[in-house]
Design a protein around this ligand. Sequence first.
Ligand SMILES: C[S@@+](CC[C@H](N)C(=O)[O-])C[C@H]1O[C@@H](n2cnc3c(N)ncnc32)[C@H](O)[C@@H]1O
Length: 243
Amino acid sequence: MLVRIFELFRTEGIVHTAITLPSRARRWLAWRVRRRYHDWVDGSIDRKYRIDTGGLNDNLREAGASGEHLTHGYGYEAVKLEVWREIDRCLDIDTREFTFVDLGSGKGRALILASLQGYKKVIGVEFARDLYTASIDNLDQFRRRTPSAPPVEILCQDAATFRFPDAKLVLFLFNPFDDTVLAKVVENLEESLRNVPRRAIVIYRNPVHSAVLLQSSLTLVKTVRMYSASKISFEIYTNGQDR
Ligand SMILES: C[S@@+](CC[C@H](N)C(=O)[O-])C[C@H]1O[C@@H](n2cnc3c(N)ncnc32)[C@H](O)[C@@H]1O
């Protein structure tokens, strides 16, 4: 904080800084309180099921990932509950008819949330072995407390090689990889939908490579901005099949 104030003095001058400091400090404090609150809310699922889905991990090699797409993957961060709830508000589906697939499933938070929402089946794919192992432990703990939850399958593999099941799909992507891998995933999805026509919905959180999806046969149906007017929180695509 002191370093930032010093930087303001240097770049904006003493008088301007002195005038604007109180309102800046209020905004900063409000932001810190909001962040603490959301961290606490995010931890609620871990506390409830005695699991650990939190934390950040940018070193996928150290986390046990390997293969040709190692450098195309982005680090681990679990989906925030408030984002998940907003996604849920936007989806007008009967979850019991759909299989939920999370490509880049990390420690399994989205898998647990999808399972709680009653999807017919839940599948996670994670290529970093330590994160995969953590997700298996988390799901074991979760199932002990929620034995009636729908089946959850977790695979330790590169998402680019994943073959989609012949089921109605909700595909969740929390910015797991770059456009090279995303293009392969979209190609696999399109091929699967051509072979067995059915409804598919893609939720793309933090959609930095949306160009790949925009160039595909899928249609963008919703764009949601939650934290700032300029940054997109997530996008929803469908293949237009209504059955
Ligand atoms: C931002 S995290 C998302 C975690 C989880 N989906 C959630 O919402 O809680 C992205 C994850 O994608 C994984 N990942 C990146 N590239 C991958 C690939 N090619 N195949 C499988 N997983 C990958 C990373 O290891 C990381 O755990």
